[in-house]
Design a protein around this ligand. Structure first.
Ligand SMILES: [Zn+2]
Length: 175
C-alpha cells in the first residue's frame, strides 16, 4: 500500500511542529512544497496523515477544513439547537473514517480473561471496530434517538470524508 509511504513524510512534519513557533515562514513553505509535490489539497493531506500515519495534529486541520461544509449540510434541513452539536457530529464522523482498528481488543480480534479467550464482540473477531448507531451516539455523548434524528446528515459527512480519501489515494496512486 503506497499510503504507507507517507510515513516518510513524518520527519519533515515533526520538524515542522517543533520549529513552527520560532520559524513560521520557513516551515509553512516546507508544508506547501509537500502539498504541491503530491498535488494533494489540505483536506486530503490531513486525512492521509491522520489515518495512515496516526498524526494527531492533522485531525484538527481536517476538522477546521471541513467544518463550514458540514454546517451547510445541516443548514439544508435543520440545525441542531443544542450548542456544539455540529462539532460532535463531525468529530465522530472523522473518528469513524480514520480509526479502523478495534480499540477494545487493540485489533487482535479476541479478548483474554483469566480463564478464557473470547471473540471480541466490538469487532466480531475481525480486529476492525464495528461502528453502529449505538457506538456513534455514545462517542458523541448523546441519546441514540437524538443521533438517529440527524442520521442522514451524519451519512452525508461520512460520504464527504470517504470521497476525500478516495481522491487522495488516487492522487498518490494507491487505489
Ligand atoms: Zn475487537
Amino acid at each position: 500500500m503506497k499510503a504507507e509511504l507517507l510515513t516518510l513524510l513524518i520527519p519533515s512534519t515533526q520538524s515542522f511542529e517543533l520549529s513552527s513557533t520560532h520559524h513560521n515562514k520557513t516551515t509553512s513553505e516546507d508544508i506547501n512544497m509537500l502539498l504541491s509535490y503530491s498535488n494533494l489539497d489540505k483536506k486530503e493531506y490531513s486525512l492521509l496523515l491522520m489515518k495512515y500515519v496516526d498524526d494527531k495534529t492533522s485531525e484538527s486541520t481536517l476538522f477546521d477544513e471541513l467544518f463550514d461544509e458540514v454546517c451547510e449540510i445541516f443548514l439544508k434541513r435543520e440545525v441542531p439547537k443544542e450548542c456544539g452539536m455540529i462539532r460532535k457530529f463531525l468529530n465522530t464522523a472523522i473518528i469513524e473514517c480514520c480509526v479502523e482498528k478495534c480499540v477494545v481488543c487493540q485489533g487482535t480480534g479476541y479478548l483474554k480473561t483469566t480463564d478464557s479467550i473470547d471473540k471480541c464482540p466490538h469487532c466480531d473477531g475481525t480486529g476492525e471496530f464495528i461502528y453502529d448507531d449505538h457506538v456513534r451516539s455514545s462517542i458523541m455523548g448523546v441519546k441514540k434517538n437524538y443521533f438517529i434524528k440527524y442520521k442522514k446528515e451524519y451519512e452525508s459527512i461520512i460520504e464527504k470524508i470517504n470521497a476525500i480519501e478516495n481522491s487522495a489515494l488516487s492522487k498518490i496512486g494507491d487505489t
